[in-house]
Design a protein around this ligand. Structure first.
Ligand code: HEC
Length: 327
């Protein structure tokens, strides 16, 4: 028996709809639901199995029923099937209001161009409906954006950028490996510094000495920096390398961002350790402008300076301590 939609379309389409619905309703993070939750796979498998089983049963019943029909019934069925088509459906007629070929004579116009004749069809309702919809849309748009001035393209762009930035920030804060020179923070936990120390001794000590006193590379324990101090600059130097031809390569190819963060934090923890016969200072004293600004805002500049002098003595440098103290 003929069906409107054949089984080889019905089964995959229904199955795909169910898969998409599951994907939509089950929150499975970045993995598809049927991979993250094996039960979903089992469910899908059973569902597909049942779908196919039902199709087989239905077609078997159809065939048996057909075999039981009398010849006259079979003829009528065949006639019904040939007259069945989308063009005969009610919906189609409602949307087009087209005249059937037999009744085209009613709307034939007098024109006759070398035997080519013209029909005076009505505008199809689906088309007229769309046309009115665009007029209504245009009116609402005109009033909303040109008369009331709801928001303009620039505002819309900024809103979207702000939203996207929020999403990126949220993502960065969950993905630990996505640290960059802008978002990096100084680590102070013992475990992180210990890992930083291991990396430093394995990878960096050859040029900077195990105690950071410097040999080929500069002394990392003093307040003088060639490429800038503070966690952000140091992170940037380690990941992107020093000046060309100086010997400090970009480590981002070897070390992962969170490893660079650890080794950078460890390097900064060496500040003021004054190892024996360390290399002469190179570069300039580095002043953390941000820290200075916030301290000045809070009116605590002098306190901060005193504090930083103390911390230098105890050779324990806190993050953001202004290096102005050295002056
Ligand atoms: C092949 C030798 C070599 C190795 C290995 C090396 N560095 Fe360097 N490093 C240098 C040199 C040379 C400079 C100076 C770069 C310049 O002058 O531009 C430098 C500069 C630096 C600076 C900037 C110092 C300043 O005064 O601004 C930091 C921080 C640094 N290295 C950290 C590291 C860390 C961390 C490692 C290990 C991952 C490492 N280095 C491995 C040779 C090395």
């Amino acid at each position: 028996m003929k069906k409107l939609i054949p089984a080889y379309v019905r089964v995959p389409v229904l199955f795909a709809l169910v898969v998409m619905a599951l994907e939509y309703f089950i929150d499975s993070g970045d993995k598809p639901a049927f991979i993250k939750y094996p039960m979903v796979s089992v469910f899908l498998f059973v569902f597909l199995f049942l779908q196919i089983a039902i199709e087989i049963v239905i077609s078997a019943i159809d065939r048996v029923t057909y075999a039981m029909l009398t010849d006259e019934q079979k003829e009528r069925l065949a006639a019904a099937e040939t007259s069945f088509s989308i063009k005969n459906s009610k919906l189609y007629k409602m949307l087009t209001r087209s005249k059937s070929i037999e009744r085209e004579g009613e709307i034939m116009m007098d024109h006759d161009y070398d035997g080519i004749k013209e029909l005076d069809n009505v505008l199809p309702p689906w088309w007229v409906g769309l046309f009115y919809a665009t007029i209504i849309f245009g009116l609402i748009y005109l009033v909303r954006f040109h008369i009331i001035g709801d928001y303009d393209q620039k505002q819309e762009f900024e809103m979207e950028m702000a939203e996207a930035k929020k999403a990126v920030d949220a993502y960065k804060s969950t993905a630990k490996d996505l640290i960059d020179a802008e978002s990096v923070t100084l680590l102070t936990e013992g475990a992180d510094l210990a890992q930083g120390k291991t990396i430093f001794e394995n990878t960096c000590a050859a040029c900077h000495r195990a105690d950071g006193g410097g040999s080929i590379g500069p002394n990392l324990t003093d307040k003088y920096w060639i490429l800038g101090g503070g966690i952000k600059n140091v992170f940037h130097t380690i990941s992107e390398g020093g000046r060309d031809g100086k010997g400090m390569v970009a480590w981002k190819a070897t070390l992962r961002p969170n490893e660079i963060q650890r080794v950078a934090s460890y390097v900064l923890s060496l500040q003021g350790t004054n190892p024996a016969d360390a290399k002469e200072p190179e570069g300039e004293i580095w002043v953390d402008e941000n820290a200075e600004a916030t301290d000045a805002d809070a009116g605590e500049t002098t306190d901060a300076v005193e504090e930083s002098e103390q911390t230098e003595e105890t050779s324990d440098v806190a993050e953001g301590t202004p290096e102005v103290a050295a002056n």
